[in-house]
Ligand binder design. Structure first.
Ligand SMILES: Cc1cc2nc3c(=O)[nH]c(=O)nc-3n(C[C@H](O)[C@H](O)[C@H](O)COP(=O)(O)OP(=O)(O)OC[C@H]3O[C@@H](n4cnc5c(N)ncnc54)[C@H](O)[C@@H]3O)c2cc1C
Length: 280
């Protein structure tokens, strides 16, 4: 099998376009898939030497994250903690310390498992994804990207993510520990824009209740523009249970997940709403 180690994004995309090779990031998913025979790449393009893909920085408008930033790097970064707290929280509980050292956020999206821990926080925070392919550059909201099939064409490189700096407060919680190949059973990310005592814009994303993580439009409508109090939380619990019931239909896990999501939703809120309520 051929192995390439490009020094730049353009070089990587050009190799992908001409060689039908697969991108290799941390390899925590890809190498396993190769071992089990699920994927048999013709060639690999190791992205590890492209330093721009590892950047984590703040511009006046965005928090920018290169696709090769690892979960360990993100989970130790103060900018992520401050401006993308839900993602920071997800990085603390993802996999094991060894996995977090290897696994990248770009690979999490590239693999796009239903239980990918990075995706609900990015969805809730309104992240956009920067893509580069033989056809040119594109910036697309993660929400829209996740509705595409296939997610990416073979020669499309995820350059990185940009999270608008809107001063959102956010949190994350998940149920179930991921052992070896078992997947997280449920995850919830919540991001809220606050004005005074009001939650003006509420975004809730769910993981492991569908084929891919998704943002709930109806929850946003039900919960936005209101004061955060116990009644609001109860309404959220009721609605999130309805969404899980609708998403899972008659699947065997449905009754269990419908009950469990109530606790995970509360935990996600408690991960950033201090006792006594929100402070603007
Ligand atoms: C023991 C174990 C525990 C795990 N626990 C968790 C967990 O708790 N939560 C969780 O979410 N995941 C978990 N995972 C899954 C995995 O670690 C993550 O999905 C990880 O983020 C994948 O990143 P990677 O850098 O290793 O990607 P790779 O394995 O290198 O790549 C994955 C896929 O993405 C593509 N890709 C990678 N980078 C790019 C790019 N820049 N542009 C385009 N395509 C790209 C690759 O071609 C490949 O198809 C676990 C895996 C293992 C083995």
């Amino acid at each position: 099998m051929k192995y390439f180690q490009p020094q730049s994004v353009r070089e990587a995309v050009e190799i992908a376009r001409t060689s039908e090779a697969d991108f290799l990031a941390g390899g925590t998913d890809l190498v396993l898939h190769m071992q089990t025979g699920k994927i048999q790449p013709i060639a690999l393009i190791d992205l590890g030497k492209i330093s721009e893909l590892k950047l984590i920085r703040k511009t006046p408008e965005y928090l920018e994250i290169g696709s090769m930033a690892t979960f360990a790097e993100l989970g130790q970064n103060e900018l992520i903690d401050k401006h993308a707290h839900a993602l920071w929280l997800a990085c603390q509980t993802m996999g094991s310390p060894q996995i977090r050292n290897q696994a990248t956020l770009g690979g999490n999206l590239g693999n796009c498992s239903p239980a990918a821990d990075g995706l609900p926080p990015l969805l809730a925070l309104g992240a956009e994804v920067e893509l580069i392919s033989g056809n040119g550059d594109e910036v697309v909201s993660l929400e829209r990207l996740l509705s595409r099939t296939p997610l990416l064409t073979q020669d499309t490189l995820i350059r990185g993510f940009r999270i608008p700096l809107k001063g959102l407060q956010s949190g994350f919680a998940k149920l179930g520990r991921r052992r070896a190949l078992a997947i997280a059973r449920l995850s919830v990310a919540v991001a809220i824009e606050i004005e005074g005592d009001l939650a003006t814009d509420v975004r809730v994303a769910l993981g492991a209740v569908g084929r891919r993580a998704f943002l709930s439009e109806s929850l946003a409508q039900e919960l936005s523009g209101q004061e955060i109090n116990e009644a609001w939380i109860e309404k959220g619990v009721e609605q999130v249970q309805r969404i899980v019931r609708e998403a899972l239909g008659a699947r065997a896990s449905a009754p269990y997940k419908r009950v469990a999501v109530a606790g995970v939703f509360r935990e996600a809120l408690a991960s950033f709403i201090p006792e006594g309520g929100l402070k603007a």
